[in-house]
Design a protein around this ligand. Structure first.
Ligand SMILES: CC(C)(COP(=O)(O)OP(=O)(O)OC[C@H]1O[C@@H](n2cnc3c(N)ncnc32)[C@H](O)[C@@H]1OP(=O)(O)O)[C@@H](O)C(=O)NCCC(=O)NCCS
Length: 217
């Protein structure tokens, strides 16, 4: 793969497959990895960090020291010395995906086909009155409608960096392509991922979203 730079408005969403490469992790990350409990947690952490380092190389984040990743107090990971390369990750039981952009980005992915039939009551609990009404009106397609709102909101909360503590009611999905975080306008792009629904969120206009795949050997 020839290295490239992301242009303003361009978003790459990488589907990650394969196995972690611990040699790509920094000393701090390795310490965190070894201190982690639970095989699944370790696997997701090591695979996602391996992928972020590898993809950082692809976007010409060349110096190891520059690729250093820190985590904001709210939980958002970021490249310490690369203000022009942003990423956001999401995982489910089957998928790990990471969105990259040269401006702040939020990304969320959720699996379809859950057993719950409680979409309307979940929507009433977590969403605004208008959003919950749209879920109820979707009748036979409530799960899709619910997950479209859910992934949109989570992508917005990750874009903002506040996560769930940012206040679910402040993250609003107005349409397929627009939302807001508090008073601030947000642009959205929905991806119909195999067996999943995903959203990219950005404070800047989204001109293209490209799907890419990284298989770590
Ligand atoms: C981050 C959050 C928004 C979503 O997490 P999630 O859907 O459970 O899990 P995902 O796999 O999609 O995302 C986890 C990743 O998000 C990133 N993340 C965590 N906190 C974040 C934050 N404040 N801002 C941006 N990204 C964040 C991390 O990279 C994390 O992976 P890592 O810990 O392995 O690095 C979390 O704040 C949360 O608490 N969610 C609760 C679910 C909920 O109630 N959602 C309601 C939506 S209507």
């Amino acid at each position: 793969m020839a290295p490239k730079m992301l242009k303003y408005g361009e978003f790459d969403v990488w589907r990650i497959k394969g196995n972690p490469d611990l040699s790509l992790l920094s000393r701090d990350e390795l310490e965190r990895f070894h201190a982690m409990r639970g095989e699944n947690t370790r696997q997701i952490f090591s695979l996602s960090r391996s992928a972020i380092h590898k993809i950082g190389d692809f976007y010409k984040v060349q110096e190891i020291s520059e690729k250093c990743i820190h985590v904001h107090p709210g939980g958002k990971p970021f490249f310490v010395n690369n203000p022009n390369l942003h990423f956001s990750l999401s995982h489910t039981e089957e998928e790990l995906a990471i969105a990259f952009s040269c401006t702040p980005v939020g990304f969320d992915l959720e699996k379809k086909g859950r057993r719950s039939r409680e979409w309307a009551s979940l929507a009433r609990r977590f969403f605004s009155t208008e959003e919950a009404a749209k879920v109820e009106a979707a009748a036979g397609d409530m799960e899709r409608c619910f997950l479209e709102f859910w992934t949109g909101k989570e992508a917005i909360l990750k874009l903002d960096g506040s996560g769930i503590s940012g206040g679910l009611e402040r993250a609003r999905v107005w349409s397929d392509s627009e939302g807001s975080m508090g008073e601030r306008r947000v642009y959205l792009h929905r991806i119909n991922w195999p067996a999943h629904i995903a959203h990219v969120a950005s404070f800047e206009k989204i001109s293209s979203v490209r799907l890419r795949e990284l298989i770590l050997e």
